[in-house]
Write a new protein. Structure first.
Length: 581
């Protein structure tokens, strides 16, 4: 059903703070005027919160985000709104410990209350690094005020000795090459300088670029937003246009709940398959769907994504980087392809106020080596594979486009690491009984276990295996994997080990069967033996006694339902509440 805009003018929620001549109104208005605002700005025009995740310790959301905020403001002023920039919780994937993922929900909670408690009528979500995109969308969705996403954009291509260097992807590659004796430590240091040539997010189709693509495919950002490089002047234009657009969205009352429908999520799931997107998108999209009451499950990832071909030739699955994806035409080209293949809900509404198909139907592909024709797809079944079996009754995920074809059906002897410290203790030990046919199993790295579900699932291979020229082995864990990483890596195994899932009772020497075509993950022990081990299992790890880590561990849900905090699910709206004065 087509979206019907609300009539304008009407009284907005910000007027509960600023309209009238009461003592409280004068108090609110008078304080804001200390920044030099004339009286006529309080005439009922939309007040737009620009929620900025800029931080000098989130280098992906660098100083250019301040400049982008200024461009958003220009657009808001032009359209007759009143912009206010508000800093919000920012968590960098490359800095935050124990893992930025533990703080996605804290950030979402902070964002939600930042919006609800203050006089905003609409929001511009200025995001970039991996967790900033889902956390701001989750917080905004739980308030359901008109909101639009503007991403900071990816970095320029990295180059080292003439070769493209992908963020993250080459960190893993170079690190393994050093361990294998194929690269010197000095060369690794030299390569470091080539990895991050400009401000912006990872230049691969890692989690940041995947989530920017998810926002666009969901309809929460203007068309073309995802791929524009951070330093390209068109990124600033995008910010300004988004500033203009949010004012009209407030006037029309076009809210996240109008946009984030089941159709929108199905479009995003298929898009993730087409771009070879990050497995992290699975947990983030499940969590976001939970905020708006859309019942998206792992089965939807399997059903919708399975037959989508990966046509975006970007690292870590392919060859190029985000800069080239932008020059090729970016995400609109991919969405057009999905539409032509009958794999897009064309009527899904976007922040534009119209159907997504209107935005992408004429998108032109300027480089068929970057956005591939179907017969040259990286894989015909590019969606996330959702595996099940006695080792993952709640499900586990694997990214086929980043895996080694010869390992997709594999039976091997388990080599178990009880946690990440155990892994680090053992992995470089030449006496470790392991070869390339083994299955590496890492426990206690899930949402409760780490705590926070760190990106350690793509654990590096033992040096003695690397020295043979082997670059991939089957690895299984309850952890996540960086979107920039690759390999035959089974992730998000649910229930997690720290919650007493079957992963907790795998022993070194057990045989494990991985069968991706048949979506099966099996621990080859008898039912009775598995039941007896599970009955004898007791938690092995210390639990935080206080602080946010305690709150997180008490309330985080499994990866199979998005790893949100259980009490944050759902939409609570943005009632104006009581005045404190
Ligand atoms: Fe921040 Fe990749 S680490 S975008």
């Amino acid at each position: 059903m087509a979206f019907v805009p609300k009539e304008w003018p009407r009284r907005l929620r910000s007027q509960e703070w600023y309209a009238g001549t009461s003592r409280d109104t004068i108090y609110h208005r008078g304080w804001l005027k200390n920044q030099g605002y004339p009286n006529d700005l309080f005439d009922g025009r939309p007040i737009i919160g620009i929620l900025n995740t800029w931080s000098e310790l989130t280098p992906c959301n660098g100083i250019h985000m301040k400049e982008l905020a200024e461009k958003v403001k220009a657009g808001v002023w032009e359209a007759g709104g009143f912009p206010v920039e508000v800093p919000v919780f920012s968590a960098s994937e490359n800095t935050f410990r124990p893992t930025a993922m533990m703080f996605r929900n804290l950030a979402a909670l902070a964002v939600e209350e930042t919006i609800r408690g203050q006089p905003m009528d609409g929001c511009v979500l200025l995001v970039g690094c991996d967790k900033t995109t889902p956390s701001l969308m989750m917080g905004a969705a739980s308030c359901d005020l008109p909101s639009i996403v503007v991403t900071g954009g990816p970095m320029l291509n990295g180059y080292y000795r003439g070769e493209r260097v992908g963020s993250g992807t080459h960190l893993w590659k170079f690190s393994e090459a050093v361990k294998a004796g194929e690269m010197t430590a000095e060369e690794f240091l030299e390569a470091e300088a080539s990895m991050s040539r400009s401000t912006g997010t990872c230049n691969t189709m890692g989690t940041a670029s995947s989530m920017a693509s998810m926002a666009e495919a969901l309809g929460m950002a203007l068309s073309g937003n995802a791929a524009i490089p951070a330093v390209d002047s068109r990124r600033r234009v995008m910010a300004q246009l988004s500033g203009r657009r949010i004012v009209q969205m407030v006037k029309d009352d076009l809210k996240p709940s109008d946009i984030l429908t089941r159709q929108a999520f199905e479009n995003a799931i298929r898009t993730n398959g087409a771009i070879g997107g990050s497995t992290n998108a699975v947990v983030h999209m499940l969590a976001l769907a939970g905020r708006v009451g859309i019942d998206i499950t792992l089965d939807d990832w399997d059903r919708c994504g399975r037959d989508v071909a990966t046509i975006v030739n970007l690292m870590p699955s392919g060859k190029y980087l985000m800069e080239e994806f932008f020059y090729a035409g970016g995400l609109p080209v991919v969405l057009r392809r999905l539409g032509e293949a009958g794999q897009l809900h064309k009527d899904a509404l976007t922040v534009s106020g119209g159907p997504i198909w209107d935005e992408v139907r004429d998108a032109a592909n300027h480089n068929p080596d970057v956005i591939l024709p179907l017969d040259k797809a990286l894989t015909r079944q590019g969606g996330i594979a959702v595996l099940r079996g006695n080792l993952a009754p709640g499900g586990a995920v694997l990214k086929p486009s980043a895996a080694s074809p010869h390992l997709l059906v594999h039976r091997g002897r388990a080599v178990v690491f009880e946690d990440i410290d155990d892994y680090k203790r053992q992995i470089n030990d030449e006496a470790l009984d392991i070869d390339e046919t083994c299955v590496m199993v890492l426990k206690n790295c899930g949402p409760k276990g780490y705590p926070g579900m760190a990106e350690v699932g793509n654990m590096g291979l033992p040096p003695k295996v690397l020295r043979k020229g082997i670059t991939d082995m089957v690895r299984i864990s309850d952890a996540r994997m960086s979107g920039t990483a690759y390999g035959t890596v089974v992730l998000h195994t649910s229930p997690e080990a720290a919650a007493g899932g079957p992963l907790a009772v795998v022993r070194t020497g057990d045989m494990i069967e991985l069968d991706v075509p048949n979506l099966r993950l099996h621990l080859d022990i008898s039912e009775a033996e598995l039941a007896s081990r599970l009955a004898a299992w007791t938690p092995t790890h210390e639990r935080p006694a206080s602080g946010y880590a305690w709150l997180h561990q008490q309330h985080v849900t499994g990866a199979d339902t998005g790893a949100d905090l259980d009490f944050l699910k759902g939409c609570r709206g943005a009632p104006v509440g009581k005045d404190a004065h």
